[in-house]
Design a protein. Structure first.
Length: 152
């Protein structure tokens, strides 16, 4: 499987960052992935190590970029996004918290015993996961993205 535009485009409005592999020996960190043109990504990068390129804009091929994403397991841990620290699971309000046993997922039952899901709420939650840069497409496990929690 290869990294495709469909994997990255949903993150564009939310300031996705990545690492661009310019050559075998050079990787630019802190790359802002800000747009696309067919199979190329338009990036703005600022790197302390390469001051002559500070603030430059460049096209990178998709295979040269590794987006920095959070694994879905980070839903239950404290993260900081745009200066705000929180636990995503609590923010999404998918259930209630019980100090003794943790989360209790709330469910509504109608005449038929099934969980009622409000699709509009789910879509809003999906956008939140994209905004917070969660790996909703499983790209980390496929080697197409880097785990943000392991990059310092």
């Amino acid at each position: 499987m290869e990294l495709e535009l469909k994997h990255l485009a949903p993150y564009f409005p939310y300031g996705l960052k990545g690492i661009a592999y310019v050559s075998k020996d050079i990787a630019l960190d802190n790359v802002d992935i800000i747009g696309c043109n067919r199979s190329e990504l338009y990036c703005k990068y600022t790197s302390e190590r390469y001051k002559n390129m500070s603030g430059a804009r460049k096209w990178f091929d998709l295979y040269e970029i590794k987006p920095l994403l959070l694994p879905m397991s980070s839903l239950y841990t404290e993260i900081t996004h745009n200066g705000k620290t929180f636990i995503p699971w609590k923010e999404l309000d998918w259930g209630s918290w019980n100090d003794e046993i943790g989360y209790i997922v709330s469910a509504e039952y109608g005449e038929n015993p099934r969980v009622a899901i409000n699709v509009l709420d789910f879509i809003d939650d999906y956008y939140k996961l994209l905004e917070w840069h969660f790996d909703v497409f499983g790209l980390i496990d496929k080697g197409l993205a880097l785990d943000k929690t392991k990059i310092k």
